[in-house]
Design a protein around this ligand. Structure first.
Ligand SMILES: [Zn+2]
Length: 263
């Protein structure tokens, strides 16, 4: 890692850190133990959830989920999980865009995120990796890249959730070698907090079991080529979802944020 790796999670404990999550659970799956470790040092950690976790099409709910008041239930789970990680509820921010449709709301999502960032002035932001796993994760990575470009004071990182290699879904692994990976191994007490936080996500129980719990990974946000899917086929194509990665890329590569530099 280059000269600025000291700006990563081990140092500057009091700098504001903003974890970006497309869905309620991304933050805990990707960085839960590290969030617990940061908050234990007194760092200012905020989590921004971009979607409300409720797909318009009920085929895309987590297996076995009780769909009654689904979005409200997921928000409650996020609040409980944050509590388990030591985060006060005032440090959670909900944009409430529709699940699976972040790419269709990029202008509004950018405006919301830009405003939040202007208020919090984060030194570090952490986004889901551009990995072809879920279109909302990739769309949020795109927004993070623009956020980084909007301020020289922001150091942007990405964390993996899921991708594919040779047709097999890989959890918590980057799909390529676009930069050194920092492996985070918070101590056992913080990993236990992560487990407790994940257990709060009852509606997502069927999918959480695949993620490793022993370590978390981040890397500096690379300059991704949003004209191409991160992997081909994407995981959602493998799963038979009704979109192609190239369709999202056409949207992402056209996106131009409206606002200028953050002060
Ligand atoms: Zn997600």
């Amino acid at each position: 890692m280059g000269m600025r790796c000291e700006a990563g999670p081990a140092r500057a404990p009091l700098a504001c850190r903003l974890v970006l999550a497309a869905h309620m659970d991304d933050e805990t799956l990707g960085l839960g133990a590290q969030i617990a470790a940061w908050t234990a040092t007194g760092a200012s950690v905020h989590v921004a959830f971009l979607t409300q976790g409720e797909p318009q099409d009920r085929r895309f709910y987590a297996a076995g989920a009780d769909i009654h008041s689904y979005a409200a239930r997921r928000r409650t789970e996020a609040l409980l999980a944050a509590h388990a990680l030591g985060l006060p509820s005032r440090n959670l921010h909900f944009a409430d865009f529709p699940d699976l449709e972040l790419s269709l709301h990029l202008d509004a999502a950018w405006e919301w995120l830009h405003r939040l960032s202007g208020r919090l002035r984060p030194r570090f932001i952490y986004a889901p990796a551009y990995e072809g796993g879920h279109p909302d994760h990739d769309a949020l990575n795109l927004l993070a890249s623009h956020l980084q470009a909007s301020s020289t004071k922001i150091s942007a990182w990405e964390y993996p959730l899921y991708t594919q290699c040779r047709g097999r879904v890989l959890y918590s692994s980057f799909p390529n070698r676009l930069g050194p990976v920092r492996i985070l191994r918070p101590e056992a007490s913080f990993r236990r907090r992560k487990c407790r936080a994940l257990s709060c996500y009852i509606s997502q129980r069927s999918t959480l079991q695949y993620f490793p719990m022993t370590e978390e990974k981040i890397r500096r946000l690379p300059r991704h080529d949003f004209k191409r899917p991160a992997v081909e086929p994407t995981v959602y194509e493998l799963w038979g979802w009704p979109w192609r990665g190239s369709e999202f890329c056409a949207i992402w590569s056209r996106f131009q944020p409206a606002d200028g530099q953050l002060p």
